[in-house]
Design a protein around this ligand. Sequence first.
Ligand code: MG
Length: 256
Amino acid sequence: MKLQLFTLLGLVGVCTLLQPAMAQDKKEIKLPPEATEFYEPEVKVVKPGQENHQPPADAIVLFDGSNLDKWESEREPGKAAPWKVENGKFVVVPKTGGIKTKEGFGDMQLHIEWSAPTEIKGTGQGRGNSGLFFMGKYELQILDSYENDTYTNGQAASIYKQHPPLVNAMRPPGEWNTYDVVFTAPRFNSDGMLVSPARVTVFHNGILVQNNVTLKGPTEYIGIPNYVAHDDKLPIHLQDHGDLVSFRNIWVRKLD
Ligand code: MG
């Protein structure tokens, strides 16, 4: 303790001695404010949507209310997505399997709107369950978590079995929820070793629920996640978990 106090007093003394010299040095540096301002490269102009939830001009629209042309069957790639489009939204058709985008994506900003069925059926994980899988591997849980108990790291807006959401921002069944997500894909070197893990930030109904969390690996229902090298662009999947979850207004901005 004595030694620490002595060291502290010594440091204060040295700093006091140095102060005039430092002040003098500072005076000699005469940078104009322009020295730290740059103009190149220019920042691209992007026209935002009329409302913040609408796709901006540089977005890839994955569903605009009319058809599932950007999607295909998960079970039978190349075949049409087997879910039902009606009234500007699409709905899971249970037991037909999931759907996935025809195009692959890596780093992205994503907007999606979803609604749990108005009629409550089931409990826990059996109530309004679906999921959005980035790169077909990393699940952002979709679940009716409105007054519905389940394990915290499996509720809506969790990174399934890895990160519970910071809060439960769920709207009641039948109302539309939004997810706004920033996803950073994992990087692997040419030997297939993980260089940097996937990261994700999520806003649920405008509320921050995942703050740049690091993913431990692909989503596992049982067992410990473990990264295995994969392509840098892969489709987005939506899960058929047997419940009549609805979706609308889905768009992506590529960030890589
Ligand atoms: Mg799910």
